[in-house]
Design a protein around this ligand. Structure first.
Ligand SMILES: Cc1ncc(COP(=O)(O)O)c(C=O)c1O
Length: 481
């Protein structure tokens, strides 16, 4: 909940108490440099013992509520027919309005099953923007992924409230060009991850549905960050200012043919699901479930997490739960802007995104500015962020580099985990780094996997800049920080 202080300053206030804590440690800059070198300048390969604030992702790293933890204690651990599954199915029906629920072990498993059931070679899958695993699954099934975002989507200094919108004119054109029979579905991703956690409006979702339905193309909704998108609709779309998150979710879901989510984000558990009201779709997907995930009433999830997910689905409709991370991000972005650090605007969900193209203007995309920035942030602060740019985009079939539309260092805000002093620390160290940005140079691959190379790839700093950055940091802050 945003609170206005008596001096007019607005701060996000945590509407929860912290009852369980986990210690964190700050290792000195010299060790951070060594750890970065051991990790091949890839923040995925760091160990958490070397990390102060783990802002790699909000996926599976959120704080659960007391009610979620309590629910885990009463799990009905059965291979088949578990009552815990029926509690989840009831929550899905109540909150999202779907009659059929298919649990899966996480979001990409849902994408895998959708690819198996709906996507065939030569198909074109239309979407507002891709997510890494989404594109991988649909391309592995032989399809092409076509993103039809608006011109505003890639403007990192925008004031547009809904940069995640799909461009409906381009949608009409794409359907004309490829033909409806080649388009298995249109996918709308809530709080669009790779464009900086940007939402779409309900008006846009309605327009997309109308066009898709006119051509008998199903609308698939990736709801991994659904509660945040609903929160942004409430904040930014005038017609919904007085509507509850629950009402907004219900209105969104009326437009959706197939829903799926990674439950690791909005519902703060480790799992995922697919849901629909179409029995024929359910029947198409279900046979693949035991092949790749598990039986229909657990789908690869721990039953304890299924219990917690049922609670999490209801809790995410609380405006203080849906809003916690957008409000922290808004504060974070605002503080960076005050200090002249180029953060992506408007502030989105999931993370504060720093624009590496504007931060490191001297590094060309061929030398991976976003990867260099994520590594530099760690050396200067002990904060782990994630590269979301060209390293996160695999080469094409001919081995050519595909430059990403955006080069972002994503500093994720796991829900209910960090406090304002952590954010202030991050702002301070990012500001220091911005003032010393000339010390940061590019990266080159020394080990480069073919698929999703950002997970395991190893890189080397050009001109050994990491050591120089660590030296400059020590000179300003001393050897202990
Ligand atoms: C929008 C979106 N879709 C799908 C996924 C994949 O989900 P998971 O990581 O649970 O496999 C993610 C994960 O970050 C995501 O952000």
């Amino acid at each position: 909940m945003n609170i206005t202080l008596s001096n007019g300053k607005v701060i996000p206030m945590e509407m929860h108490k912290v009852r369980i804590v986990q210690a964190i440690h700050l290792v000195p800059a010299a060790r951070r440099l060594q750890a970065m070198e051991e990790a091949g300048y890839n923040t995925f390969l760091l160990r958490t013992k070397d990390i102060l604030l783990d802002m790699l992702t909000d996926s599976g790293t959120n704080a659960m509520s007391d009610n979620q933890l309590a629910a885990m204690m009463v799990a009905d651990d059965a291979y088949a027919g578990s009552e815990s599954f029926y509690k989840l199915a009831d929550a899905v029906q109540e909150i999202l309005g779907f009659a059929y629920t298919i649990p899966v072990h996480q979001g990409r498993a849902a994408e895998h099953l959708l690819a198996k059931a709906f996507v065939k070679p030569g198909d074109v899958v239309l979407m507002n923007y891709h997510f890494t695993t989404t594109r991988a699954h649909f391309e592995l099934a032989g399809a092409t992924v076509l993103e039809i975002f608006t011109d505003e989507a890639l403007n990192t200094q925008s004031t547009h409230p809904f940069r995640g919108n799909l461009d409906v004119l381009k949608l009409e054109d794409a359907i004309q060009k490829y033909g409806a029979d080649k388009i298995p579905f249109v996918r709308m991703e809530a709080t669009t991850n790779l464009v900086g956690g940007q939402p779409f409006s309900l008006e846009n979702l309605r327009a997309v549905k109308k066009i898709a339905a006119a051509h008998h193309i199903p609308l698939v909704f990736d709801g991994s960050l659904i509660s945040e998108n609903a929160y942004f609709i409430k904040q930014r779309e005038a017609a919904y200012a007085d509507r509850s998150i629950r009402e907004i979710l219900a209105e969104m879901m009326e437009l959706v043919d197939i829903f799926y989510m990674s439950a690791r984000k909005s519902t703060s558990v480790r799992g995922g699901m697919i849901a629909t009201n179409r029995k024929d779709y359910y029947d198409r997907i279900l046979p693949w479930l035991p092949v790749y995930e598990g039986f229909a009433t657990y789908g690869g999830m721990s039953i304890k997490e299924i219990e917690a997910m049922a609670v999490g689905l209801r809790e995410m409709t609380d405006v203080n739960v849906a809003g916690i991370s957008p409000e922290f991000i808004q504060y974070f972005v605002g503080r960076l802007q005050e200090n002249g650090v180029p953060a992506v605007t408007p502030p989105g969900g999931l993370a504060c995104h720093v624009d590496a193209k504007r931060f490191l203007t001297h590094i060309p995309q061929s030398e991976y500015p976003a990867g260099a920035l994520a590594a530099a942030i760690y050396i200067a602060s002990g904060i782990r962020s994630m590269e979301r740019g060209t390293i996160s985009t695999d080469r094409d079939a001919n081995g050519n580099e595909v430059y990403a539309d955006l080069e972002l260092a994503r500093i994720a805000i796991p829900r209910r985990v960090y406090t304002l002093s952590h954010i202030e620390y991050a702002v301070d160290r990012l500001t220091w780094l911005y003032q010393h940005r000339d010390l940061v140079k590019g990266l080159k691959f020394i080990e480069e996997p073919k698929v999703l190379r950002f997970f395991f790839g190893k890189l080397q700093p050009l001109e050994n800049w990491g050591a120089e950055l660590a030296r400059a940091f020590e000179a300003d802050f001393g050897p202990e920080c």
